[in-house]
Design a protein around this ligand. Structure first.
Ligand code: SF4
Ligand code: SF4
Length: 183
């Protein structure tokens, strides 16, 4: 797979700063981001270490890391960081780099969830939860996990049978095309 035309940059740190809009070089490793991150205990590279890896140019380590996929985009790190660094935005551009290079994501199931979520939004304008769950289960062949939870949610009306659709889908499609570098 070829690199997306907006992605390749000679230096990882400057590329991430420019693409994510985050002042990565201002980080002085106070660990406040890691201290508040709700999923830090599951990560192989902790949030403050992600930033340090960028300083050191450790691209392979970052692109192979599960952490960039595990990030829940809760933005707690940004709220706690004295420099306002949003590690979720950094993780987003690193994930895009993994995909654009055709590398295998360190967490293939989370990557599948991301893909199916975006496919649902692109198709209907918003996520259709039931369709999303079914597509995810089909792709991961993980049919039984959380089944009882799914049934409970369905009974409580949390899953709509049919998707809601937005108007002006052409505008939405052009956003997706631009994001893919096709327009
Ligand atoms: S909270 Fe901000 S300054 Fe502190 S380690 Fe995390 S990113 Fe760096
Ligand atoms: S946005 Fe990601 S890295 Fe930051 S605190 Fe939330 S889960 Fe952790």
């Amino acid at each position: 797979m070829q690199e997306n035309k907006v992605l390749p940059q000679p230096h990882l740190l400057s590329w991430v700063q420019e693409t994510s809009g985050q002042p990565v070089s201002r980080c002085y490793q106070c660990y406040k981001c890691t201290g508040g991150c709700p999923v830090a205990s599951f990560m192989d590279i902790l949030p403050h270490q992600i930033v340090r890896c960028l300083h050191l140019g450790l691209e392979d380590e970052l692109l192979k890391s599960k952490s960039i996929w595990l990030c829940a985009s809760c933005h707690t790190c940004k709220a706690r960081c004295p420099n306002g660094i949003d590690i979720a935005s950094i993780n987003d551009v690193l994930k895009a780099k993994v995909i654009s290079r055709g590398l295998v994501p360190a967490s293939s199931t989370i990557a599948t969830f991301h893909r199916e979520f975006l496919a649902s939004v692109e198709k209907y304008g918003r996520a259709h939860e039931l369709g999303l769950v079914m597509a995810y289960k089909w792709k991961t062949r993980d049919y039984w996990k959380d089944l009882s939870l799914g049934v409970k949610m369905f009974r409580k009306g949390k899953f709509r049978l049919w998707p809601d659709r937005i108007q002006n889908k052409e505008q939405l499609r052009s956003i997706f095309k631009r994001a893919r570098g096709e327009a």
